[in-house]
Design a protein around this ligand. Structure first.
Ligand code: ZN
Length: 434
């Protein structure tokens, strides 16, 4: 063994156990009661060993809007938050990842990464012929919007256009991920929070999700609902899953943490789309996780500059920066509701890895990459936006007390960022490559 991790609490697919985790050449090769080794990392009594998290919903915005965020800063934030793999969204960067050349440009921009990075492609009107080349070049699937995306260079598709794309992608067995809000139900936003919330009602999500379920049924393509906020749609997902349709759903830490009741006018750091809804909605989302109707929890890290995030709810950028905080935010809410760390790991590591077919990620078991997090679940900290690694110091978690401190993050058997001189050790991932 190159290295052995010894802990009283290790989160494995079989549950939480006391064991040794043996690593050779960056891979986990053994999970056993005791492994002899001269090179042992002893976890402290208050520490738990988790698999590195897999965050499949991150907007890095680089190149083109690198003043909003960049690969170096985003992946440093990820590592500090216990996230060892991110999959980058195809929009907010310029060019958007909707054809092969744009993917190559994006891969060049991601030269310095602290964690492993993969890429989504995009579906926009007129790029049907680009989907197969992007798929073959290793994107993990394709994102589309059913209403204005927020940036003009990534236009929405109609349901008819989406159906054509799904028919093409079904032949490739490629995954399609959908921003599901209905363009005809959403209205122009108003400056106060109540007005903003009313402009993007639950009905907009419910309608769009029904449409995606129907297209999934008709085409047989694999689909996924991004950032579910409307808990009304859980019954739609329940019916779709009962019919064994190949559809999954995610929600995000902010929908599980905050409530509309606590957001004051002018607090635009809370603006995101779909919006954060009422307390009863939040509790229903937790219920959806418990029932397995929501499969995964990922950040939707979508930062911008400080200036664009200011103003009122009609004009400010809609996006929340939380890549570094997803694990403690979700754990804080989970522990209050009697969930275990095994649940959090399932939602934030195992299921996201499975969703994108990353067979060597998301679990502590032989054959997986030694992507590991040393986590102190009972320690608390107060979030200070100025101490986070993402580029612009804005986050709605500022000032909030959270449970759970990430003390070390290891990628393929090496601790990230241990010395100032250490080189960024992340690599770029392609779908289907172990
Ligand atoms: Zn997003």
């Amino acid at each position: 063994m190159d290295l052995v991790f010894r802990a009283r609490r290790v989160i494995t697919p079989q549950g939480e156990i006391a064991c040794d985790v043996g690593v050779v050449d960056g891979r986990i090769v053994a999970v056993e009661r005791h492994i002899d080794s001269p090179n042992v990392v002893h976890l402290a009594d208050d520490e738990v060993l988790l698999p590195g998290l897999v965050d499949t919903h991150v907007h890095v915005n680089d190149p083109g809007r690198s003043e909003w965020e960049g690969f170096e800063t985003a992946t440093k934030a990820a590592a500090a938050g216990g996230v060892t793999t991110i999959i980058d969204m195809p929009l907010n960067s310029i060019p958007p990842t909707v054809e092969l050349e744009a993917l190559e440009i994006k891969r060049k921009a991601a030269a310095n990464v602290s964690v492993d990075v993969g890429f989504w492609g995009g579906i926009v009107p007129g790029n049907l012929a680009d989907l197969k080349p992007l798929h073959e070049a290793g994107v993990f699937g394709f994102k589309c919007f059913l209403l204005h995306s927020g940036v003009d260079e990534f236009p929405a598709v109609t349901t008819a256009e989406l159906e054509l794309a799904l028919r093409e992608l079904a032949t490739l067995d490629a995954l399609t991920i959908v921003h599901a809000e209905d363009a005809h139900t959403v209205r122009d936003a108003e400056p106060d929070y109540a007005g903003f919330l009313a402009s993007r009602p639950r009905e907009a999500e419910n309608k769009a999700i029904s449409d995606v379920v129907e297209l999934t049924r008709r085409t047989g393509a694999r689909t996924h609902i991004l950032h579910l906020s409307s808990s009304d749609a859980l019954s739609i997902l329940e019916a779709a899953k009962r019919d064994r349709l190949p559809i999954t759903a995610e929600t995000c830490p902010h929908y599980l943490t905050f409530t509309a009741e606590e957001i004051h006018d002018g607090q635009t750091e809370f603006k995101c789309c779909p919006p954060i809804r009422e307390e009863a909605n939040r509790e229903a989302l937790w219920w959806g996780l418990r029932e397995g109707l929501i499969d995964l929890v990922v950040s939707d890290h979508s930062p911008s500059t400080v200036e664009l995030k200011e103003g009122d709810f009609a004009t400010a950028w809609g996006g929340i920066a939380s890549l570094q905080l997803g694990l403690p935010a979700v754990w804080t809410g989970a522990r209050e509701r009697d969930f275990q760390l095994t649940d959090v790991v399932r939602w934030m590591a195992a299921h996201p890895a499975r969703q994108v077919g990353l067979e060597t990620k998301g679990a502590i078991e032989p054959g997986k990459d030694a992507d590991l997090v040393v986590f102190a679940p009972d320690e608390t900290f107060v979030v200070d936006k100025n101490k986070l690694h993402h580029r612009n110091p804005v986050t709605p978690y500022h000032g909030r007390t959270l449970h759970g401190v990430v003390r070390q993050t290891w990628l393929r058997g090496k601790e990230i960022g241990q010395t100032r001189a250490s080189l960024p050790q992340g690599k770029l991932l392609r779908r289907g490559e172990a």
